[in-house]
Design a binder for this molecule. Structure first.
Ligand SMILES: NC(=O)c1ccc[n+]([C@@H]2O[C@H](COP(=O)([O-])OP(=O)(O)OC[C@H]3O[C@@H](n4cnc5c(N)ncnc54)[C@H](OP(=O)(O)O)[C@@H]3O)[C@@H](O)[C@H]2O)c1
Length: 297
């Protein structure tokens, strides 16, 4: 199969563009070739493109950047995916587009399934929801919702905790917001399966378990570091509230852990627990490994 992947310098795009060549031919579409902000650039790329599947992880992912420029957020996260979907429909190409748990208001505890009505509270969430709708306007397409993505391709919250703990810096983490993380090392194999099964519609893709706070995840990182022998003792982590984080100008939903029953049915088993995935990543970091996303390709 010939698979086109955007956002190849990002966490998800880099993971997929590196994984798929094992079994498929991959066409890398970094921003330099395919600028989603620029309709002409996107149209030129699509004109020349020949593929069976189009995967679109590219997007503006900073909530604050979206608040600062809502028009650009809508252009990149919603209009461009719609143009990709229209192009793909005319050629019989399946589109797999990525979205987020931040499409939910997340006002109450519990797991959110695919049938729950989204009610985004930020420009980012609204632009991602508009992108979902534009892609799903074409039957046969799939929207994969992710949450708190981590992996070796690009540092995330988990790596910040790892690096700070190793350097002996004081630690603090938000303890009143809950979700479930997505490990790129697992996502790549789930995507193989979703594509092979011609999955359509919305699907929630994250690791399993009970929803956790960043504070609990940070504690799990420290526990794995201690078990791996790189921390003599586990330092305390100051608890923060969402409201205290002044850098967060955009509203963040508090309870967005996603229900993965649909993914489990397709995989034939539940996705592994987030703690196992996190432990693998921390062991990888302890081994001194960290491959940054490949850029410029
Ligand atoms: N990371 C998370 O925790 C998370 C959670 C939920 C959902 N998601 C969703 O998952 C998807 C992938 O996220 P990610 O973590 O891989 O994001 P990321 O690391 O921020 O990467 C975003 C990618 O989009 C590219 N991009 C940005 N503007 C572009 C433009 N105008 N034209 C073309 N490409 C552009 C970036 O390229 P440059 O390097 O050139 O900027 C980068 O490759 C996104 O749809 C996101 O909404 C992510």
């Amino acid at each position: 199969m010939r698979i086109a992947v955007t956002g190849t310098s990002g966490r998800v795009g880099a993971a997929l563009a590196r994984h798929f060549p094992k079994n498929h031919e991959v066409v890398w579409l970094p921003r330099a070739f395919c600028d989603l902000a620029n309709p002409d650039s996107l149209a030129r790329t699509l004109d020349q493109l020949d593929c069976d599947v189009f995967i679109n992880p590219a997007g503006i992912t900073s909530l604050e950047a979206c608040e600062d420029d809502p028009a650009l957020a809508m252009r990149i996260n919603a209009e461009a995916p719609g143009e990709i979907a229209a192009w793909a429909a005319a050629r019989g190409v399946a589109v797999f587009h990525f979205s987020t748990d931040y499409v939910f208001a997340g006002g109450a505890a519990g797991l959110r399934d695919e049938a729950e009505i989204p009610e985004p509270r930020s420009v980012y969430g609204r632009s991602k929801l508009a992108g979902e709708r534009a892609v799903l306007a074409v039957p046969g397409n799939c929207v994969v919702r992710l949450s708190w993505v981590f992996g070796p391709e690009k540092p995330s919250f988990i790596d910040q905790v790892f690096d700070s703990a190793l350097a002996g810096r004081p630690l603090a983490a938000v303890a009143d917001k809950f979700s479930l993380p997505t490990f790129t090392g697992d996502l790549t194999t789930w995507m193989e399966r979703l594509i092979a099964m011609n999955t359509t519609g919305v699907i929630h893709a994250c690791n399993s378990g009970e929803p956790v706070s960043w504070h609990e995840m940070a504690n799990a990182v420290l526990g794995e570091m201690a078990a791996g022998g790189v921390l003599p003792e586990i330092p305390g982590i100051q608890k923060q509230t969402l409201a205290e984080i002044v850098a967060f100008r955009a509203a963040r939903p508090r309870f967005t852990g996603m229900d993965t029953r649909r993914l489990s049915e397709i995989l034939g088993q539940p996705p592994r627990h987030w703690r196992e995935a996190l432990a693998e990543h921390v062991r990888y970091r302890i081994g001194g490994n960290f491959t940054r996303a490949v850029t410029g390709k």
